[in-house]
Design a protein around this ligand. Structure first.
Ligand code: M6R
Length: 617
C-alpha cells in the first residue's frame, strides 16, 4: 500500500514531507524514509518502524535544498527493515513507490545478468536501477522513465528525483492514486490530498500512464508517448482532517464513542428530518446534481450487486439481509478480489454498489471499473470524499463518519449499516411497497438509533473489566442468524485483527455441519441473539453447543432470562425494532475486541501487518 509525498517549494522540505507522511501513515507504518536535496546531492534517510523513528533521526539534520520525496511503507517485497525502506537510491536516482511490480523477479534476473548489484529485497529497487541505466543513454529523466514504464507490470505510483536534474520531481502512476497539489510558488505530490490540503486545495488528479514533471513551481503532464496534456485543476472543498485522540487512550476507542454522531451524520443528508421522510434527491458527487438516469436505474432495479472487501464486505452482506426482505430486490454480495476475476455474469439494468471507507481499495476499484465497463449504474458508499472510487461512481452515498484513524474500521462500518437501512427503505418506496405511515415510522426508528447507541457505550466499562478473563480463551466463535450473521463475521474479524487470536464467524445454523467439533473449554462462543424471528432457532443451536461443553457469551435484547441461563456472560442491548437491532449489537463486539487487544498489550490503532488503505491486490 504505502504513502508517498513529494515537495518542491520554498518551505522546509523536511517539515512538509514529515507532516505529509504523518497524514499518510494509515497507508503503512513499518518503515519510512525521505530523499531531500542537500547541496547537489539527494541525501537519503530511512528508519525501520513508525514514522516517529524517522522524525527522531531527522531532528538534527539540516538540508540546504528545497525539494524532496518521502515514503511510509507497508512491506510487500522484503522485510520491514531499514535497507528495504524507501527511497531507493541508485547512482543519482532516488525513488519511492506505492504499489507492486509484479514482474520484478524477471526484471531483476535480467539486471543481475548485466552485473547490477542490489542492496535491498524490494521490487522498487529494480525500477530505480532500470531508470538509472536508461539515464546513461538518455540523460533525461522524463525520457528515461518513458522507456522504463512499458517494461513494468503491476500497479504503482512513483516519485523520482535525479541529481542530474536537482530541481525536478518526475511522477507517474498505473493504479494507485497520485495527486498533484498546486500551491502558491510550490507544488506537492501525494497519494492522498490530505497530505497537502494544509498547503493548497488546488489539485490535479493524475490518470494511469500519465507522467508529470515538476520543476520549481511549474508542472507539465505528458502522456506515455510524450504528448503534453491539459489537465483540469480542481478546487477541493475539503478541510484538513486533524487527528486527535481527544483524551481517549486510542483512536479506536474514540471512534467507537463517535458512532452515535457518525450514524446521525450518515442519515441526515438522506432524510427530511422534519417530516421523517426519505430524501434521496442528492446522490450526486459532493452536492453536485444527481444524474437522473442513474437515480432512475436505482429506483427501478431488480438486482443489486454489492462488492467490497473486509469490514466493508460484511456491511454489504448486512445490506443484503435488509434489502431483500424489505424491498424485494435480489442482492448478490461479493468479495471484490473474487468478483473482479470470476468473469461475473451481470444482469442488464442491475445496479452495482461499492462500499469502501477509504475509497481507494484496489480490488474494489477494479470491480467498479469492471461493472462500469459492463454498463451497470454504479453507486459508491464511501467515507473519503473525492477518493478514486467516489470520483468514478455514478451515484454517491456518503458515510460522513469523519476521519477514521484506527486501522480497525468501526464508525465507517456502523454508518454503512445505517445507510443500507435507508437504501432498503428507498428501494421499497420506489416499488410502492411502503406506505407513508410505514415510511415515517421506520425513518423515525432510524433517527432514534444514535440515542440507543449511546446506551450501548456503557458496555465499555464492562469489557474493560472482563478483558483479563477473556485473554484465557484460545479461540472465539461468533454466531448469528439473519442480519446478526454479518455482525458475527465482523466481530470475528475485529478480534483477529486486534487481538491476534483465532476467531471465526458462522451462521449459527451451520454449527452442526462442522464447527461443533471445535467446542471445548478453551473456545468462547459469542452469540448475537436479539429477539427476532430467529431467536428460538439460535437458542437451540446454543443449547447444542452448551451440551457439548461450550462456554457461551451472549448478546441479547434487554433482560433475557432464557439466554442468561445458558450463558456464562450475558449482555442485553436495548430492545429495538428488527431493522435497528443489528446496529446496536455491533458496539459490544467492537468493545470486546478493543479491550481484549488492549489487555494483551497490542498496538490497537496500528495492528501488526496491516494498513488502513489497501491499494495493492
Ligand atoms: O477502505 P475499505 O473500506 O475499502 O477497506 C476494506 C478493508 O480493507 C477494511 O475494511 C479492513 O478489513 C479493516 N481493517 C477492517 O477493520
Amino acid at each position: 500500500m504505502c504513502g508517498i509525498v513529494g515537495y518542491v517549494g520554498n518551505k522546509s522540505p523536511k517539515d512538509v514531507l514529515l507532516e505529509g507522511l504523518k497524514k499518510l501513515e494509515y497507508r503503512g507504518y513499518d518503515s519510512a524514509g525521505v530523499a531531500i536535496l542537500n547541496g547537489d546531492r539527494f541525501d537519503v534517510y530511512r528508519a525501520e518502524g513508525k514514522l516517529s523513528a524517522l522524525s527522531e533521526k531527522l531532528a538534527p539534520v539540516r538540508f540546504s535544498g528545497r525539494i524532496g520525496i518521502g515514503h511510509t511503507r507497508w512491506a510487500t517485497h522484503g522485510m520491514p527493515t531499514e535497507f528495504n525502506a524507501h527511497p531507493h537510491k541508485v547512482k543519482g536516482i532516488s525513488l519511492v513507490q506505492n504499489g507492486i511490480i509484479e514482474n520484478y523477479a524477471e526484471l531483476k534476473e535480467e539486471l543481475l545478468e548485466k552485473g547490477v548489484k542490489f542492496s535491498s529485497e524490494t521490487d522498487t529497487e529494480v525500477v530505480a536501477h532500470l531508470i538509472a541505466l536508461q539515464m546513461d543513454d538518455s540523460h533525461d529523466l522524463v525520457a528515461a522513465i518513458q522507456s522504463v514504464i512499458p517494461k513494468l507490470r503491476g500497479a504503482y505510483a512513483m516519485l523520482v528525483v535525479s541529481e542530474s536534474e536537482p530541481e525536478t520531481i518526475v511522477a507517474f502512476k498505473a493504479g494507485p492514486p497520485l495527486i498533484l497539489g498546486v500551491g502558491e510558488g510550490e507544488i506537492l505530490l501525494a497519494s492522498d490530498v490530505q497530505a497537502f490540503i494544509d498547503h493548497t486545495n488546488k489539485a490535479v488528479y493524475l490518470d494511469d500512464f500519465e507522467i508529470v514533471k515538476v520543476k520549481g513551481a511549474h508542472y507539465e503532464v505528458f502522456s506515455l508517448d510524450g504528448i503534453t496534456l491539459k489537465k483540469p485543476v480542481v478546487a477541493l472543498d475539503l478541510a484538513s482532517e486533524k487527528s486527535d485522540k481527544k483524551g481517549f487512550k486510542h483512536y479506536m476507542l474514540k471512534e467507537i464513542y463517535e458512532q452515535p454522531r457518525a450514524v446521525a451524520n450518515a442519515l441526515t443528508p438522506y432524510v427530511d428530518i422534519e417530516n421523517k421522510r426519505l430524501s434521496f434527491d442528492s446522490l450526486g458527487m459532493q452536492g453536485a446534481p444527481t444524474p437522473k438516469e442513474h437515480l432512475q436505474a436505482l429506483a427501478n432495479c431488480k438486482r443489486i450487486y454489492i462488492v467490497a472487501c473486509g469490514t466493508s464486505f460484511y456491511a454489504g452482506l448486512y445490506g443484503k439481509y435488509l434489502i431483500e426482505p424489505i424491498a424485494g430486490v435480489a442482492v448478490d454480495v461479493d468479495i471484490a478480489s473474487e468478483f473482479r476475476y470470476r468473469d461475473p455474469v451481470l444482469e442488464k439494468n442491475a445496479v452495482a454498489i461499492f462500499v469502501s471507507q477509504s475509497g481507494e481499495t484496489a480490488d474494489t476499484l477494479a470491480a467498479l471499473r469492471l461493472a462500469k465497463e459492463k454498463g451497470l449504474t454504479c453507486l459508491s458508499i464511501c467515507n473519503t470524499k473525492a477518493s478514486t472510487i467516489d470520483r468514478e461512481a455514478d451515484l454517491h452515498l456518503y458515510m460522513n463518519s469523519g476521519l477514521e484513524v484506527g486501522v480497525a474500521s468501526t464508525k465507517a462500518f456502523i454508518s454503512t449499516l445505517s445507510l443500507f437501512n435507508l437504501l432498503a427503505l428507498y428501494l421499497a418506496q420506489s416499488k410502492d411497497l411502503l406506505t407513508e405511515e410505514e415510511e415515517t415510522r421506520l425513518v423515525d426508528g432510524l433517527l432514534a438509533l444514535p440515542s440507543l447507541m449511546e446506551a450501548c457505550l456503557a458496555y465499555d466499562t464492562y469489557f474493560k473489566e472482563a478483558a483479563q478473563e477473556l485473554t484465557n480463551y484460545k479461540g472465539f466463535l461468533y454466531l448469528g442468524r439473519g442480519h446478526s450473521y454479518p455482525i458475527a463475521l465482523e466481530g470475528a474479524l475485529k478480534l483477529k485483527e486486534l487481538a491476534y487470536r483465532h476467531a471465526e464467524g458462522y451462521a449459527a445454523g451451520e454449527m452442526k455441519h462442522g464447527p461443533l467439533a471445535l467446542i471445548d473449554q478453551g473456545m468462547l462462543i459469542i452469540v448475537i441473539c436479539p429477539r427476532d424471528k430467529f431467536y428460538e432457532k439460535t437458542v437451540s443451536n446454543l443449547e447444542e453447543a452448551k451440551a457439548r461443553g461450550g462456554v457461551v457469551f451472549s448478546i441479547g435484547s434487554g433482560d433475557d432470562k432464557q439466554l442468561k441461563s445458558i450463558s456464562k456472560h450475558y449482555l442485553g442491548i436495548p430492545e429495538a425494532p428488527w431493522m435497528t437491532s443489528g446496529i446496536l449489537s455491533v458496539i459490544p463486539v467492537q468493545l470486546l475486541a478493543y479491550h481484549l487487544a488492549d489487555a494483551l498489550g497490542h498496538d490497537v490503532d496500528q495492528p501488526r501487518n496491516l494498513a488502513k488503505s489497501v491499494t495493492v491486490e
